[in-house]
Design a protein around this ligand. Structure first.
Ligand code: NAI
Length: 484
């Protein structure tokens, strides 16, 4: 590997600590290590420029080094302003064989506590190779890299970048400013970039939702593999990952005793289910809000009271949003909460909690207890605690999901990247780029790669049994519509 010519991280001297944690993580990421052994010799990603926008954590460093072990030329950013682990970012730049003086890893633009303009600047740097070219493929989490390319292409076609009005978010204004500069200084940059991309592999529910919208509106510029809906991703990372990292974030942020508290979880999807278990495991009394009758009934059958936020807003001690939707906890709700109620979000974006509305409450003041923990004092003296300014608290206040579950998610990412480079044409149907999930045999493969580590011994079907239930001895074992 050559020297890394460009990067921006908090402190490169943290690389040695980062490397130690990466080595610990590698042992807990058997799927990724197995894929390195299986595909390393054939180099299926040789020379492919892969741009990643996904929380720059220790686990992500193991993903990055798996992609480079398969031959890829990688650049990376975090997909959230608070989620970078600075030692992991430093170690990813230095690489396993480089030194601080001569870093030989990959170009990373990420540090914990970016401003929004810095965040989008980093994203643009990540998408721009030193020779000015763009990526061959993208690893996205939440779809911000994909969004920037789509917005840039749209405005370049229109010949102008619109201006914002008072209803637009601050972030939207930041993106428009960046694109306005780009359209003026490098006309056609994003159009060319979009045309050069073979595909994107998307990590999370929210990003996948954006992709299906593009597909529906016939504006999707390149094919996408929906990694989130691999069973070995959303039924594991979203659930068991959040079961681990939700209370980690609450504990590191507040160290409050969770036992006995009334916790309100908004949303009972995959993330909500993990969060409820997390809080119940600590002895909290947990109630749930839902809009979907199926998930509401599931919650009730799991022994949870299903309520509306209005019913419990004055009684809850801890509020967690998990919906991937917007406007869940509004300023009026927070005004009606108990003194020292804790409010946090674990969904992808910060619009689940009305932070803008909270800041506009007349007479309200905000005090930093420590980074990513703020006390908001209402004029009557009542205070509430908001974690990570409404952004995903498991990555803002703690270190996100543990390595083992991320190994399953990132094995899907790696397989999806190999697949999209191997068969790019398969994902364009009737001239249109599509959004697809990985075939079930690959999903089963990812699970298989993690069984030994948990001491699981699989039973093998006999030929007669396989015929009786209508499957192959080697799988897949379930139909595509099976729900697990
Ligand atoms: P999901 O679709 O399985 O669950 C969301 C649930 O929220 C659904 O059951 C839906 O009916 C419900 N919901 C929607 N609007 C609601 C409302 N107004 N009130 C109450 N409930 C409402 O999605 P999933 O996979 O659980 O993901 C949720 C969010 O978490 C997404 O933004 C996803 O990207 C993000 N995510 C975050 C992770 C993290 O580490 N912080 C990990 C995985 C996903």
């Amino acid at each position: 590997a050559g020297s890394v010519s460009d990067f921006k991280v908090a402190d490169l001297s943290l690389a040695a600590f980062g490397r130690k944690e990466i080595e610990l993580a590698e042992h807990e990421m058997p799927g990724l290590m197995a894929l390195r052994r299986e595909f390393g010799p054939a180099q299926p990603l040789k020379g492919k420029k892969i741009a990643g926008s996904l929380h720059m954590t220790v686990q992500t460093a193991v993903l990055i080094e798996t992609l480079t072990a398969l031959g890829a030329d990688v650049r990376w950013v975090s997909c959230n302003i608070f989620s970078t682990q600075d030692h992991a970012a430093a170690a990813a730049v230095v690489g396993p064989h480089g030194t601080i003086e001569n870093p030989q890893g990959v170009s990373v633009y990420a540090w914990k506590g970016e401003t929004l303009p810095e965040y989008w600047w980093c994203t643009e740097q990540m998408l721009t190779w030193p020779d000015g070219s763009g990526p061959d493929s993208i690893v996205d989490d939440g779809g911000d890299a994909t969004l920037l390319i789509h917005m840039g292409t749209e405005f370049e076609a229109a010949g102008a970048v619109p201006s914002t009005d008072e209803n637009d978010s601050e972030e939207y204004g930041v993106i428009l400013d960046l694109l306005r500069r780009s359209v003026a200084e490098q006309p056609g940059k994003y159009t060319r970039m979009g045309q050069g991309i073979i595909g994107v592999t998307e990590e999370t529910t929210t990003g996948v939702h954006r992709l299906y919208e593009f597909e529906k509106n016939n504006t999707l510029l390149f094919p996408a593999i929906n990694v989130n809906d691999s069973v070995t991703k959303s039924k594991f990372d979203n659930k068991y990952g959040c079961r681990h990292s939700l209370i980690d974030g609450i504990n590191r942020g507040t160290d409050v005793m969770i036992a006995g508290k009334l916790a309100v979880v908004c949303g009972y999807g995959d993330v909500g289910k993990g969060c409820v278990e997390s809080l119940r495991g600590q002895g909290a009394r947990v109630v749930v809000t839902e809009i979907d009758p199926i998930c509401a009934l599931q919650a009730a059958m799991d022994g949870l009271e299903v309520v509306t936020l209005e019913d419990v807003v004055g009684k809850g001690d801890i509020f967690v949003t998990t919906t991937g939707n917007k406007d869940i906890i509004m300023a009026e709700h927070m005004a009606a909460m108990k003194h020292q109620a804790i409010v946090g979000n674990i969904g992808h974006f910060d619009n689940e909690i009305d932070m803008a509305g909270l800041a506009k409450v007349p007479g309200i003041t905000k005090t930093e207890v420590k980074p990513q923990v703020h006390e908001w004092r209402f004029p009557d003296g009542k205070k509430i605690i908001v974690l990570s300014e409404g952004r995903l608290l498991n990555l803002g206040n703690a270190t996100g999901h543990p390595s083992f579950v991320m190994s399953a998610s990132f094995s899907n990412q790696t397989i999806a990247q190999i697949e999209i480079h191997k068969n790019p044409q398969a994902y364009i149907v009737d001239g249109k780029p599509t959004v697809t999930t990985l075939p079930k045999h690959l999903d089963e493969k990812v699970a298989r790669l993690h069984l030994d580590a948990v001491g699981a011994k699989l039973t093998t079907l006999s030929k007669e049994q396989a015929e009786y239930i209508g499957v192959d001895v080697a799988g897949p074992y379930k139909s595509d519509h099976y729900r697990y």
